[in-house]
Design a protein. Structure first.
Length: 98
């Protein structure tokens, strides 16, 4: 499933939840508990909408199911980056390995 499909499925599930809460409200009447459930469902709907907007802004024109490609240049690294580093497993350059 793609990210868009997942968000759409969540929206459908929240629609089903709203309908179910409405039917439940008809059976037991409007009360504090039903209002709390309805408010929580509304918060979920708002959170999913914000999540969908954030995802759309972060990845314009990119397929969300494919990882982002990172280009690694063929040019050699700047040797000054490794001036103070130790060779892993061998120790410092000015000392002999055991």
């Amino acid at each position: 499933m793609s990210l868009h499909d997942d968000l759409t499925a969540i929206q459908r599930t929240l629609d089903d939840l709203d309908r179910s809460v409405g039917r439940l409200e008809q059976h037991i009447g409007a009360g504090v508990d039903i209002r709390r459930v309805r408010t929580d469902a509304g918060h979920l709907r708002d959170s999913v909408a914000l999540l969908g907007e954030a995802v759309a802004q972060d990845t314009p024109g990119r397929d969300p199911d494919r990882p982002e490609m990172v280009t690694i240049p063929d040019a050699p690294y700047d040797r000054t980056l490794w001036t103070d580093s130790d060779d892993e497993g061998l120790g410092a350059r000015d000392r002999r390995a055991p």
